[in-house]
Design a protein around this ligand. Structure first.
Ligand code: PFF
Ligand code: NA
Length: 454
C-alpha cells in the first residue's frame, strides 16, 4: 500500500524531524522563562517537580500529538477531523485543533514582541552599550525600550518578517533548511556559553542553586507554574507537534523520537540555567530577578566581565535563534490549515496570517506604554495573552488531546501508529495518557483558575 503523505511535504528523515521539533520546543521558554521561574520558586524543589511533569504528563501528551498528526497527515484541525472520522467520531473534535491554532496565534503575537527585545539587545551588545554599565543604567535602557512603542515596533516587525520568510519556503525549503542550519548553531552557542560560565569561578554555586532540594520552599503555586511550563516548553496544547508530526516519515518510531526531543529540551533548559546563574552570582547579583533577569541582570553581569561584550552578544544571538525556530512552529498549524482550506499558495497564507499576528502584536507593544491603562483582571494585553495561553488554553488543549487519544480514538489505530513492540511501554504510555495526564492537568488547571480568579 502506498504510504499516505502530507500535501505540504515530509521531513527528509527522522533526524530532521527531531531537529525541527526540538527547534520548536527550545525557545524563550528554556532560556528566558525557565531560569527566572526557577529563581522565583526557590530552585531545586521546583526543578524536580518540573522534571516529573515533563516525564509523566508532557512526554505522553507529546507522543499523542505526534501520533494524531502522523495519522491525519494534515494541519492540526484537519488531522483531528481525519482521525476522528477513522474512529467513527464526530467532526467536532476539529474544535480542539481550532483552539490550538488560536492559541498559537496569540502566543506568536507576544512572543515576537519579546523576540524583538532580543534583537534590540543583540544590536546593543554589538555596540558595546552595556560595557561597565551599572544596574541603574541597564534598567533604564530596558525601561526606555518598553516606553518606546516605535523602537519595539521596528524590532517586532523585523522578527515577524524573519519568521514568515522561513514559513513561505514550506516544509523542505523553509522549515527543514532553517532547522538544519540554526539548530547546530544553537547547540554550539550554548556550549560556548557554558564554557564561559565555567571560567567565572562560580559554577558550582549555579549548579547548587538549580539542584539543591528544599521541599519546604515548594508551594502550590510553584506546582502550577511547573505544569504550565512543561506544556509551554514542549510546545504542547497548541497543535505544533500535530503539525510537525504530519510531516514525519512513517517508519520512524514516535515514542523514541519524542523522548529524544523532550530530553534535548530539558537539557537546554538546565544548561541555560547552569550558564546563566554562575554569571549572575559572579557579579553579586540576585537570581530572583523575575522577567528582568535576562534583560537587566544578565547585561549588567556581562558588562562587568572580561570578554563580556563578545559573550553577551553571543548569548542574545542564541536567544534570538531559539525564539526564531519556535515562532515558526507557532504559525505552521494555521498556515497549513489556510493552505488546505482555501487552496492558496503558502505565500498568500503567510502574508495574511503574518499581518494578522503582527497586528495583534501591536496591542502587546502598546500594553507597555500607550495602552497601559487598558487592563482586565489587573493585566494588560501582553500579560493577558501570556496568562490566557500558558495557564488556560495550553492545559485545556493538552487535556482535550489526552482525553481524545486516551478515551475516544480506537486502540488498534493507536497501536498501529505507535508500533511499540514491547507491550510494557505501550501500557505505560496508555496509563499515563488515560489517567495520569488528564487527572493532573484537570486538578492543577482548576486550582490555578481558582487561585487567579478568587
Ligand atoms: N516551546 C517554546 C519555548 O519553550 O519557548 C514555546 C512554544 C513554541 C510554545 C511553539 C508552543 C509552540 F507551539
Ligand atoms: Na522549550
Amino acid at each position: 500500500m502506498q504510504e499516505k503523505l502530507s500535501i505540504h511535504g515530509s521531513w527528509t528523515n527522522r533526524w530532521v524531524f527531531i531537529l525541527a521539533a526540538t527547534g520548536s520546543a527550545v525557545g524563550l521558554g528554556n532560556i528566558w522563562k525557565f531560569p527566572y521561574i526557577t529563581g522565583e520558586n526557590g530552585g531545586g524543589a521546583f526543578v524536580l517537580v518540573y522534571l516529573l511533569c515533563i516525564l509523566l504528563v508532557g512526554v505522553p501528551i507529546m507522543i499523542s500529538e505526534v501520533l494524531v498528526g502522523r495519522r491525519g497527515r494534515m494541519s492540526p484541525i484537519n488531522s483531528m477531523i481525519e482521525t476522528a472520522k477513522e474512529s467513527g467520531l464526530s467532526r467536532r473534535w476539529g474544535l480542539v485543533g481550532w483552539l490550538g491554532a488560536l492559541a498559537g496565534f496569540m502566543i506568536f503575537s507576544f512572543y515576537s514582541v519579546v523576540a524583538g527585545w532580543v534583537l534590540y539587545y543583540i544590536a546593543a551588545m554589538a555596540n558595546g552599550d552595556f560595557v561597565d554599565a551599572g544596574k541603574a543604567q541597564v534598567g533604564a535602557t530596558f525601561e526606555n525600550l518598553l516606553a518606546d512603542p516605535e523602537t519595539m515596533l521596528i524590532w517586532h516587525s523585523v522578527f515577524v518578517v524573519l519568521v514568515m520568510a522561513v514559513l513561505v519556503g514550506g516544509v523542505n525549503k523553509g522549515l527543514e533548511r532553517a532547522s538544519r542550519i540554526l539548530m547546530p548553531a544553537l547547540f554550539l552557542l550554548l556550549l560556548l556559553l557554558l564554557g564561559y560560565s565555567f571560567t567565572t569561578g562560580h559554577f558550582m554555586e549555579g549548579v547548587t542553586f538549580l539542584f539543591h532540594f528544599s521541599p519546604d520552599e515548594l508551594s502550590w503555586e510553584a506546582v502550577l507554574t511547573a505544569l504550565g511550563h512543561s506544556f509551554f516548553t514542549l510546545s504542547l496544547g497548541i497543535g505544533a507537534m500535530i503539525a510537525y508530526g504530519a510531516y514525519m516519515p512513517k517508519k520512524a518510531s514516535i515514542g523514541g523520537t519524542v523522548l529524544i526531543i523532550a530530553v534535548l529540551d530539558t537539557l537546554v533548559a538546565l544548561v541555560a540555567g547552569m550558564a546563566i546563574f554562575p554569571i549572575v552570582f559572579a557579579n553579586q547579583l540576585s537570581a530572583e530577578a523575575g522577567p528582568g533577569l535576562m534583560f537587566i541582570t544578565l547585561p549588567v553581569a556581562f558588562g562587568q566581565m572580561a570578554g563580556g561584550q563578545v559573550f553577551g552578544f553571543l548569548f542574545f544571538v542564541l536567544v534570538g535563534v531559539a525564539a526564531w525556530t519556535s515562532a515558526i512552529s507557532l504559525m505552521e498549524p494555521s498556515i497549513a490549515w489556510v493552505v488546505e482550506r482555501f487552496k492558496v499558495h503558502r505565500l498568500i497564507a503567510c502574508t495574511g496570517l503574518g499581518l494578522l499576528g503582527w497586528g495583534l502584536g501591536l496591542l502587546s507593544i502598546g500594553s507597555f506604554n500607550v495602552l497601559s491603562d487598558y487592563t482586565l483582571l489587573g493585566m494588560g494585553v501582553f500579560d493577558l495573552l501570556d496568562f490566557a495561553t500558558a495557564n488556560i488554553m495550553l492545559p485545556l488543549g493538552g487535556l482535550l488531546v489526552s482525553i481524545y487519544v486516551g478515551w475516544w480514538m480506537k486502540r488498534p489505530a493507536l497501536e498501529n501508529e505507535l508500533a511499540i513492540r514491547n507491550p510494557f511501554w505501550f501500557n505505560a504510555w496508555y496509563l499515563a495518557i488515560r489517567f495520569i495526564a488528564p487527572t493532573a492537568v484537570a486538578a492543577i488547571f482548576a486550582l490555578n483558575l481558582y487561585n487567579k480568579l478568587a
